[in-house]
Design a protein around this ligand. Structure first.
Ligand SMILES: *[C@@H]1O[C@H](CO)[C@@H](O)[C@H](O)[C@H]1NC(C)=O
Ligand SMILES: *[C@@H]1O[C@H](CO)[C@@H](O)[C@H](O)[C@H]1NC(C)=O
Length: 273
């Protein structure tokens, strides 16, 4: 921490000498006797969680900046990324921006990857420099379908597909489902198709299809708007493949072929004794 503050003091000592820092200071004192110099508005300069691949923005709000410069430094390797709105690194994904008449200096990280996670410091070229550190977390949401990637369901039972989205910085604004690449229509004449989505730190979407028929077999894909998609291959069985059913998670005891199968198994076991 000390090391690169020092490095920056040296960097800025040069520019301060070129300018008329002392005159400016006197002027500011005349206009604003209570001027405490530049300071950070920490309520507008916070930790950020961003998605892999989606431009991340770290904001630094500096009040009373005067004619000082705002720089961004990456702590991991004490790398000076930007000075003012100029990029100082060969990694062109780092871009600083500032809109006139605002006090915000924003560091954009384009195409962020997980390894970009870490601490970034916004520094102001006072002598000695002052800094405010923020943490960037780059996360990759994970979508799973419970019981996938293959599911076996008995004809006539309810198909309950559960899609779970974890590690999303915010709940997906929308989740939609497709069946064999076609968007599911909940008002279709087939009827009995519904979806329930519970949003939160972990977002879950349940697709319920009543009275499953062989025509309901196929690939079902869950599409969260801010996470990867996930597909499950669903096989609706006519009841003639009891061995395959053992892989499935949705066996219903009420299903006659299965009860008959169980009964014959029990008969077989009893016979053995
Ligand atoms: C920002 O993130 C860092 C590292 O995870 C943590 O130590 C710090 O408390 C966080 N600050 C705020 C204001 O949440
Ligand atoms: C669907 O399955 C999930 C578990 O994956 C369960 O929590 C939920 O209650 C089921 N919904 C219905 C309507 O059966």
């Amino acid at each position: 921490m000390r090391g690169f503050l020092l490095a920056l003091s040296i960097l800025f000592a040069g520019s301060a000498r070129c300018g008329s820092d002392n005159e400016d200071l006197e002027m500011e004192q005349e206009l604003e006797p209570l001027d405490r110099g530049p300071y950070f508005d920490v309520s507008a300069s916070k930790n950020v969680t961003a998605l892999v691949g989606k431009t991340a923005q770290l904001n630094c709000r500096v009040r009373n900046l005067g004619d000082r410069t705002v720089s961004w430094v990456r702590h991991r390797d004490i790398h000076l990324l930007t000075v003012g709105i100029d990029t100082y690194t060969s990694d062109q994904r780092f871009v600083a921006s500032h809109f006139p008449r605002t006090e915000d200096w924003t560091l954009q990280v384009k195409y962020p990857q997980r390894r970009d996670s870490g601490t970034y410091e916004c520094q102001v070229s006072t002598t000695p420099p002052i800094g405010h550190s923020m943490h960037l977390s780059v996360v990759e949401p994970v979508t799973t379908i419970v019981g996938g990637p293959e599911m076996y369901i008995n004809r006539g039972s309810t198909m309950n597909l559960t899609c779970v989205v974890r590690h999303s910085p915010e709940p997906p604004p929308a989740i939609y489902w497709t069946h064999n690449q076609e968007e599911i229509n909940y008002d279709s004449p087939r009827g009995g198709v519904s979806v329930i989505t519970e949003k939160g730190e972990i977002t879950t979407s349940y697709l319920l299809i009543q009275r499953a028929q062989p025509a309901d077999s196929g690939g079902y894909t869950c599409h969260p708007s801010n996470a990867n998609t996930q597909t499950v291959a669903v096989h609706v069985l006519n009841g003639e493949h009891p061995a395959a059913m053992q892989h499935g998670g949705q066996l219903r005891l009420g299903n006659p072929p299965f009860v008959m199968f169980l009964a014959s198994m029990l008969a077989f076991l009893n016979h053995g004794h």
